[in-house]
Design a protein. Structure first.
Length: 282
């Protein structure tokens, strides 16, 4: 059976899945910051975060708070996301951290509500990869930046370098009889291939493009803990599993746990993960 890709349905289900996973993504926040902390720091530096910062697909706001600290008390940081539930957690995290962050429910592919040239820097952490129309998103971000402003995004590299995620994706794709994504379709590894992200940024008008590789291993006590993390908070996996009934989902997670156990040692679980920080200048 051939399943055609429908970007409208994909976006609708993405929003619904993140509405459902928002609480878990927030709850796992300390783990996420440990995992993505180095990549986040590289992203913020590559973007040259200044006084006015746009965070696209901000999620629960860990990187938003880091940007707000750099922007300072007189800066402006705007966090956008398609999911209002997850934005509410971003606002909460910012308030608890004592930094000023604005939030706006917005489709990352349509940032037309923002004034042109309104931001000095823009960031996006593992969000751009899931946009059906990445060019629309990149052009919108380009427009929102002032001339000379920088955009930096954290994306996964290739599946073989990210087995903590690619193994679950492969198992679920096989069990749900989902075809592999075609070039240009959204997915965790959609910008990870050699030259793919650079080409996408250039087509949207960015120059001075850089790509920095950041090893980002996922360290947890056990493979079961990693599976619980992914099972509770990874909206993309929830979306892929939606065609399976509950027993089939449980069987998929059991197989995933067994496969990921190969990365356990006496010192705990270390899941292979490699991020790219892609940046460009308007």
């Amino acid at each position: 059976m051939t399943i055609s890709f429908d970007p409208i349905v994909f976006k609708r289900t993405t929003r619904a899945q993140w509405e459902e996973a928002a609480e878990a993504w927030h709850r796992w926040g300390p783990t996420i910051e440990d995992w993505l902390g180095e990549a986040t720091a590289v992203m913020l530096q590559a973007a040259g975060v200044g006084a006015r910062v746009l965070d696209v697909a901000a999620g629960a706001g860990g990187q938003t708070v880091a940007a707000a600290r750099l922007a300072g008390p007189t800066g402006r940081v705007l966090a956008t996301d398609i999911s209002p539930a997850i934005l509410s957690y971003a606002a909460r995290v910012a308030a608890e951290a004592g930094v000023a962050v604005e939030t706006l429910e917005a489709d990352g592919e349509d940032l037309s509500a923002l004034d042109e040239g309104a931001f000095d820097a823009a960031i996006s952490r593992v969000g751009l990869i899931y946009f059906p129309d990445q060019q629309a998103a990149l052009r919108g971000i380009h427009r929102a930046l002032r001339p000379g402003g920088r955009f930096a995004a954290v994306v996964y590299s290739t599946p073989d370098r990210n087995q903590f995620f690619s193994i679950p994706v492969g198992i679920i794709r096989r069990r749900a009889e989902l075809p592999p994504p075609l070039p240009g379709q959204p997915g965790p590894f959609s910008l990870g291939g050699p030259g793919v992200a650079e080409k996408a940024f250039a087509e949207a008008g960015f120059g001075d493009i850089t790509v920095t590789t950041v090893p980002s291993p996922v360290r947890m006590p056990s493979a079961a803990d990693c599976v619980r993390f992914e099972r509770e908070s990874f909206g993309a996996l929830h979306q892929m599993l939606s065609r399976l009934d509950e027993p089939a989902r449980a069987a998929a997670w059991q197989e995933i746990t067994e496969e990921l156990s190969r990365f356990e040692t006496p010192d705990g679980f270390t899941g292979p993960c490699e991020m790219l920080v892609v940046a460009g200048t308007r």
